[in-house]
Design a protein around this ligand. Structure first.
Ligand code: NAI
Ligand code: MG
Length: 505
């Protein structure tokens, strides 16, 4: 017979503090297994991809993209001025009017399927390039970023000739030129999230990747051509904030889709207010895990580790706040310490690496400043000090602060790094209240073996995505997006088509 109390009993804190073996003892001594960088050819310089052609930026302005694991340059990238942005938007507008708006759904779908298949065929090349430019472990780019990017193209390819089922009984049309601005944490995946629904619905695109991670978007340009996408339907322009701002301001852009910081998202919302431009925003988060004493604790600890240390915490829906039922705090802390001692921080190209490089020295500095502030504010800090860090590049150990008050800076701001804050609750109501006590509302994780409790708690949470007994699971069929300062609108699934359509009832 199933004893429903057994897990809770088992999880009760040990009477005595457990003693742990010396740090480092848990780290397996694997030989390095380094992925080869020979599978991808990185050019010395990259130009802008406008109207199906590579073209230099006006005045020849360029910037460097680095490999954050070494701090060394990878390539010189063209920096698009507002004139270049205009050239790209005009190309997208011409392609829209001349061909793409009247291309049948079946033909649009056919091209999207081809893009998906080519991405799968060239997956290894994309994974290596993503890891070199971004710093994330090769295991993640190979198993998560690239397969999910291909899956997005497959998914929206299927919608292209079935749009009447997305908005049953309603008339609809495409919008025109979509301006899309993406961040550095999932460079190719964010490009896929943006481009696939835009093309499926018959819009054309000007995409601006982040300045620290432009390379996979530029390689995607090759795939688009190989798949037979007509010139001008997707244009890829590189640059930093000024390039992005010029795209947002352009009068011939009908829709802006932005993923990035809440601060820039808010400024874009202000810029777009009062115009006819449509807008979707995917912004920051301070998502909470809620762990109840009846949870399967080892599974929960693994989920927490995946949720915050995965991709160095560079995940908008990272589970960066941990709320633990008071009775199991000691158990969780001891298991968490034990687990994060085993994590390997280092060369992202090593298949054994768990945490790769922080994407830029600016981001590393931001994380270090916040950690220093957390220590000043009096949080109980833990990091596996014996975990070795590479001597070059930008790296940070996985760490956490326990017993942090809800009012502390670390409990409130998005750190975007491998830093977890931990506090406790006594009742499900208090857990929900604490989880919701944030200006964000992107995601949450509930850990309990009681289905009824999960349902009840989930209903109280203000978060766009809620995982139960798992975390950070993505699927193109399921919509993603946030409440409050986490953003407007949804991407993914049928919902992800709607921001790219004008629907008349
Ligand atoms: P950011 O918001 O400045 O950059 C995101 C994208 O927006 C980049 O392509 C950038 O070039 C572009 N951009 C910057 N200023 C712009 C403007 N005025 N108009 C139009 N486009 C503009 O993010 P940043 O500075 O790279 O990271 C800062 C913080 O933002 C991080 O520490 C993290 O907390 C958060 N962030 C959140 C992300 C998410 O997925 N929600 C992704 C990246 C960063
Ligand atoms: Mg880079």
């Amino acid at each position: 017979m199933l004893d429903i109390h057994s897990t809770a009993e088992r999880n009760k804190s040990p009477a005595k503090k457990a003693s742990y073996p010396a740090q480092g003892l848990f780290q397996a001594n694997y030989d390095p297994s380094i992925e080869s960088d020979k599978v991808v050819k990185i050019r010395a310089t990259y130009e802008l991809f406008i109207d199906g052609k590579w073209t230099p930026a006006e005045g020849g302005k360029t910037f460097l993209t680095l490999n954050p694991a070494t701090g060394k340059p990878l390539a010189q990238i063209a920096e698009a001025s507002s004139k270049d942005v205009d050239r790209a938007v005009q190309a997208a507008k011409r392609a829209y009017e001349k061909s793409w708006r009247s291309t049948s759904g079946r033909d649009r779908g056919r091209i999207l399927f081809r893009i998906a298949r080519i991405l799968q065929e060239r997956a290894r090349e994309f994974a290596v390039l993503e890891t070199l430019d971004n710093g994330k472990p090769i295991r993640e780019s190979r198993e998560i970023d690239i397969p999910l990017a291909a899956a997005h193209f497959f998914y929206y390819a299927g919608w292209a000739d079935k749009l009447e089922y997305a908005v049953p009984g309603q008339r609809f049309q495409s919008l025109g030129v979509a301006g899309q601005i993406i961040p550095w944490n999932f460079p190719l995946l964010m490009a896929a999230w943006k481009i696939a629904p835009a093309l499926a619905t018959g819009n054309t695109v000007v995409l601006k990747p982040a300045e620290t991670t432009p390379l996979t978007a530029l390689l995607l340009a090759e795939v688009l051509q190989e798949a037979g996408l007509p010139d001008g339907v997707v244009n890829i322009i590189t640059g930093a904030s000024q390039t992005g701002a010029a795209l947002v301001a352009h009068p011939d852009v009908s829709k802006i889709a932005f993923t990035g910081s809440t601060e820039i998202g808010k400024s874009i919302a202000r810029q777009v207010a009062g115009t006819s431009k449509k807008l979707t925003l995917e912004l920051g988060g301070k998502s909470a895990h809620l762990i109840f004493e009846d949870a399967a604790i080892d599974q929960a600890v693994e989920g927490i580790v995946q949720g915050i240390y995965f991709n160095q915490g560079h995940v908008c829906c990272a589970g960066s706040r941990l709320l633990v039922e008071e009775s199991i705090l000691e158990t969780i802390l001891s298991k968490l310490k034990r687990r994060i001692r085993t994590l390997r921080v280092g060369n992202p190209m090593d298949k054994n690496t768990d945490l790769g490089a922080i994407n830029s020295s600016e981001q590393l500095q931001k994380i270090q400043t916040l950690v220093a502030l957390g220590k000043e504010e009096g949080g109980d800090f833990y990091e596996p000090e014996s975990t070795p860090l590479p001597t070059e590049g930008y790296f940070h150990r996985p760490c956490f602060f326990s017993s942090v008050p809800a009012s502390s800076t670390l409990s409130r701001v998005e750190i975007f790094g491998p830093v977890l804050t931990i506090s406790t609750f006594r009742t499900p109501e208090e857990a929900v209240q604490k989880a919701n006590d944030t200006p964000y509302g992107l995601a949450a994780g509930i850990w309990s073996d009681k289905g009824g409790k999960i349902q009840k708690v989930a209903r109280g949470l203000k978060a766009g995505v809620i995982w139960a007994n798992t975390y950070n699971k993505f699927d193109p069929c399921s919509p993603f997006g946030g409440y409050f300062e986490s953003g407007w609108g949804r991407e993914g699934g049928r919902h992800g088509l709607l921001p790219y359509l004008e629907v008349q009832s």
